[in-house]
Design a protein around this ligand. Structure first.
Ligand SMILES: Cc1cc2nc3c(=O)[nH]c(=O)nc-3n(C[C@H](O)[C@H](O)[C@H](O)COP(=O)(O)OP(=O)(O)OC[C@H]3O[C@@H](n4cnc5c(N)ncnc54)[C@H](O)[C@@H]3O)c2cc1C
Length: 391
């Protein structure tokens, strides 16, 4: 495996850096709450880079795995999103490529590419998370419409979404997976209700979504009736791919070093000199470097025509563990400055302490969910046990 970037990849890296610098010159960093996404989308569109992972025939740039690697590292390092378009771009589009009809592709893909519609994922239900096949949201075909009744939970971004890609039960087969159908539901349809669930970081990202007699045109079904499980499984592979968080952890490592080099430790010197802290940071770094090599090896295999398979579970499992440990170390750096960012403790966030402390506390809290979202750690271990260890 050749780990060095080729001259072409280095030229590509320079082009990525130039685009970011031209779009967000020094002093105007990417701001998701301002016009950051609009500017970034326009810049990406000007280069044909809006949908890095899409096949060329649907508007993707046709990058090699090495170019994807460079792209992810550089965008993370320079603080811009590696892709925009959310779940529509990263999760639904690959499903439309594989299972959507031409009419469905023509109808839904352009809006995803233009970043004008938001999608959410309606899989989990109360009692159907890891054991997704036990889902009960019912869809009954009446003429040319399905009538949908039931409830979804933990639906990220449902409150801002225009559409949901949704798993429904259309029949009660002996094998539960065979009675599931994949539907695209308009979130503005009568009978759809979204209620907020506020998470530990005080923010509203999750929702509970209920369906009460919601009418969904049969033409919004992806694949055949009862084929939803096959469609869903394909989608989950895309969800887990790229969840090693290596770029994020590398960036966290760099910034922890900077912060711990400014903060006093318990033994009189700086925190970075504290043997206990330094040992834990060093161990996390060694594991991160090993994960980075594993990710590179996986990329090389994919480049040679292989499929990642259970390796994506390994990358997610270890990547989640490391990113959580990095965020813990960062909160340790913040020490007492972490407290003001727990709204329940001190009310509104206070403006004391170093600037870097604030986002890191939120990231630490968010990071707890990474070992649940997209399949919990235990579920990933089950996959590895079955497909790698053949247990
Ligand atoms: C940040 C975040 C975002 C999410 N966004 C969405 C979304 O947009 N759309 C959506 O549909 N869902 C979403 N989810 C839900 C997510 O998919 C589920 O939380 C996840 O599948 C786990 O299901 P559960 O919460 O019902 O837990 P359960 O499945 O009830 O699991 C509870 C515990 O039991 C363990 N466990 C369960 N089964 C096994 C087993 N067979 N072997 C060993 N241990 C087991 C689990 O690991 C876990 O520790 C999100 C979750 C998070 C945290």
């Amino acid at each position: 495996m050749d780990l060095d970037l080729s001259p072409e990849d280095i030229a590509f890296r320079e082009a990525v850096r130039a685009l970011i610098a031209a779009t967000f010159p020094e002093g105007s960093p990417y701001d998701p709450k301002g016009d950051g996404d609009v500017r970034w989308h326009a810049a990406l569109a000007s280069r044909g880079w809006v949908a890095p992972k899409w096949p060329v025939q649907f508007g993707g740039p046709g990058w090699s795995p090495a170019q994807h690697f460079v792209w992810e590292r550089e965008t993370t390092r320079l603080g811009v999103p590696s892709h925009i378009g959310g779940m529509g771009m990263g999760m639904l589009a690959p499903i439309l490529f594989a299972y959507g009809s031409e009419a469905q592709q023509r109808r839904f893909l352009p809006d995803i590419l233009a970043n004008t519609v938001r999608w959410c994922q309606g899989y989990s239900e109360p009692g159907a998370g890891s054991d997704l096949a036990s889902l009960r949201t019912r869809a009954v075909l009446q003429g040319d419409h399905y009538v949908v009744d039931g409830e979804k939970v933990w639906t990220s971004g449902a409150h801002t979404a225009d559409w949901m890609f949704c798993l429904t039960r259309t029949s009660d087969e002996p094998k539960r997976q065979d009675g599931i159908t994949f539907l695209l539901v308009n979130m503005r349809a009568p009978g759809v209700q979204v209620s907020p669930i506020v998470s530990i970081d005080g923010r509203h990202m999750f929702n509970r979504v209920t369906f009460d007699g919601v009418r969904v045109p049969a033409e919004n079904r992806i694949g055949r009736e009862g084929e939803g499980w096959t469609v869903a499984k394909g989608l989950l592979t895309h969800e887990r791919t790229g969840q090693a968080f290596v770029s994020l952890s590398l960036d966290l490592l760099r910034r922890i070093r900077l912060a711990a080099g400014e903060i006093p430790g318990s033994s009189g010197g700086l925190l970075i000199e504290d043997p206990g802290f330094a040992a834990r940071l060093g161990l996390a770094e060694v594991e991160l470097r090993a994960l980075e090599i594993t990710e590179l090896r996986t990329l090389a295999e994919v480049e040679a025509g292989g499929a990642p398979g259970a390796q994506s579970s390994m990358l997610k499992l270890k990547g989640t563990d490391i990113v959580q440990r990095m965020t813990e170390l960062f909160v340790e750096c913040a020490g007492p400055y972490a407290a003001p960012w727990f709204p329940d403790v001190l009310g509104q966030p206070q403006t004391i302490g170093p600037d870097w402390a604030r986002p890191e506390v939120i990231r630490y809290l968010e990071g707890r969910a990474a070992s649940i979202a997209g399949g919990s750690d235990e579920v990933q271990r089950n996959i590895i046990a079955k497909h790698v260890l053949r247990l």
